[in-house]
Design a protein around this ligand. Sequence first.
Ligand SMILES: Nc1ncnc2c1ncn2[C@@H]1O[C@H](COP(=O)(O)OP(=O)(O)OP(=O)(O)O)[C@@H](O)[C@H]1O
Ligand SMILES: [Mg+2]
Length: 297
Amino acid sequence: MISNSFTQEACTKHSEDYEVTEMIDYGSFGDIFKVKTVSDNKIYAMKQIKYRGLFQNDPYIMNEIYCLTHLKHKNIICLHEIIIDTDEIHIIMEYAANESLDKFLVDHKDMEFHHRYKLFSQTLQGVMYCHDMDVAHRDLTPSNILLTKDMVVKIADFGLAVKCFTESGEPVYCTDYIGHTSYLAPEVLSQNPFLPKPADLWSLGITLLFLIFYSVPYNGLQEDVLKDILRDTWTTFVESKSKTAGIVVKQDIVNIVESCLRVKVNSRPSICDLIREWDNIAPDSLLDTETFTVGSK
Ligand SMILES: Nc1ncnc2c1ncn2[C@@H]1O[C@H](COP(=O)(O)OP(=O)(O)OP(=O)(O)O)[C@@H](O)[C@H]1O
Ligand SMILES: [Mg+2]
């Protein structure tokens, strides 16, 4: 768990200062509401998390609090305040009016590639900042990538985030194997202690496929997903989805997906490597005139 000095005594705010205007989502970890301040009608999003006993003993609550209080970047959701009641925590944060990338894309399947390119660029910037701050997110999925009304990406949901190094500078190997199965790296699915940053890179590869095709190559039970990963079935996925959509994805983009989806952890790029590669892609078009091949780089 990420440690934190945040205490209930330090909290002088009141949840009555906010009025719920809309239910946004029932999260598995907490419910999300759109709220406004009673005093001046300012709009925020509120994540309401129930707890029992000491909330400081709940790693997911403490991870979220630590990250939102420490991470300040234009592509990370901005914390407004945290209110601690006796059995609930209210996390008041900026409201992302276009909600999550997965919900947004359902209604905007015709979004041009240069827009999708920008969304992925911003996601990469947010992840680079986290990794620079020695934090891995571990639950990077389109449902945790939020969009403001001006289409600025805001990474959210830091319940599974971890520090990547111990205080004495040793790399942290994670031993909790959770997250959205479709986005989990093979080392997580096979339940081997794993380094969290490369696992984020895997999730970014799957997220990129989602941005292109609005679906992901790996679905189902953990053991089935792992089998599919080891058979590299994402390539078949790209071929069949491209055929159905009548497009040919640029070789450069396929190469980037391929690098993120390397089973061998050490062979995956760092976030800086990935950004360098991504910046080299012309953002104008998704299409290429030639058929792609995997691993031709
Ligand atoms: N600040 C926000 N502005 C607008 N919508 C938000 C905001 N925060 C969260 N949401 C919406 O609520 C959903 C769930 O939020 P979040 O991921 O933080 O909760 P969770 O309990 O961890 O849920 P899950 O386990 O389903 O990821 C998001 O996918 C998004 O659609
Ligand atoms: Mg979430």
